[in-house]
Design a protein around this ligand. Sequence first.
Ligand code: ATP
Ligand code: LTN
Length: 337
Amino acid sequence: MSETVMNERKKRALSMIQPSGIPTLGNYLGALRNWVDLQDELDCFFAVADLHAITVRQEPAKLRQQIYQTFALLLAIGLDPEKSLVFVQSQVPAHTELAWLLACNTQFGELSRMTQFKDKSAKHADNINLGLFAYPTLMAADILLYQPEYVPVGADQKQHCELARDLATRFNNTYGNTFVMPDPYIMKTGARVRSLQEPTKKMSKSDENQNSFISMLDDKDTVIRKFKRAVTDSEACVRYAEGKDGINNLMEIYSAVTGKSLADIEQEFSGRGYGDFKLAVGESVAETLAPIQAKLTELMGDKAQLEAMMKESAGHAQYVAARTLSKARKRLGYLNL
Ligand code: ATP
Ligand code: LTN
C-alpha cells in the first residue's frame, strides 16, 4: 500500500471469527453476512482468530482442519480477496507482541468483569488458563493493530470492543496518540441469535448439544429437523411477545433471512400453527445456506490454493500491522533497530 493511499485512506473495518468449530447461523447473521456488505464501502480486514481458539482445549488435527474450513467459508460467503484482506491471525506475529504491550496496561479488575470469561470459565472449570483471562487484550491488539474505525460484530462482543476502546484511550493518553478509536458496529437484525434448545442463551458453535445450533454446513433435512425440534411455547400463535423467547428467536431468524418485518410475519402465519412456521423458517434458512455450502466444497478441494491465498494475505497484514507495532514500541521507549 503506498504512502498516499495510507494517508488518504477510506474508513476501515476489521473483524475476526474463531475456528473453534463450524460457524453457525448465529455467526452468519450476527457478523459474517454483514462483512460481505461492508467490503464495497470500507477498507476491510477480516481474519480467522486461530490464536483465540486455544483459550479452550483444541485437538491439533481438528484445529488445523477448522482453520482451512473457516478461511474457505469466509471466501464462500462472498468476501472477495480483491476487495478485502482475508487472513489468518497466527500468520501475523505482531498480534501476540502488541497483546503483551497492552496486557501490561490492562487491569486485573477490568478483565475480571468480562462476561465471556465468566461464562467460559464456568463451562471449562478444569482449564481456566491465563489466555482465557487475557483474551480481551489479544482481541484489542487484533483490532488496534489495523487502526479500524469500525468493528462489525454480534452483540455478544460489545463488552470486548469497549475494553479495546478503553485500552486505546489509556495508551494514547499515557504515551501519545498511537491508535485510532474503533467503534463496534452491530446490526439490528441477527445481532443475537439464540440457541434453539435454550432460547435465553446465545447460539454457540461450541455448544455440546448439536440440536441447539444450525451449523452453516447442515444439509436441508438437518436444518428442517433442528427447527422442528426447536423449543417454543404452548400458545400456538406466531406473535412476537415477551416471554415467548423460542418463537421470538425463530421470528428474528426468519426476518433476518427473508427481510420480512416481524409484523408481516405475524400476518403471514396468523391462524396457522407452529409446525407450518417452523417448516418455513427451516426452508428459508436451508435455501440461504445451500449456495455457500456448494462454494465451500469447491474451495476445500484445493488446499494448496487456500494456502497460497493465506500466505499472500499474511504478507499484506504483516506490513500494515508492523507499522502500528513499531509506533507503539517507540512510544513505550523500545528501540526499533
Ligand atoms: P464460541 O462458541 O467458540 O465461543 P462464537 O461463535 O461465540 O464462538 P466467534 O466465532 O468468535 O464466537 O464469533 C464470530 C462472530 O460471530 C462475532 O462477531 C460474534 O459476535 C458473532 N456471533 C457469535 N455468536 C452469535 C450469535 N448467537 N448471534 C449473533 N452473532 C453471533
Ligand atoms: N472475540 C471474538 C473473535 C475475535 C474478534 C477479534 C472480533 C477475535 N479477535 C477482533 C472482532 C475483532 C469472538 O469470540 N467472537
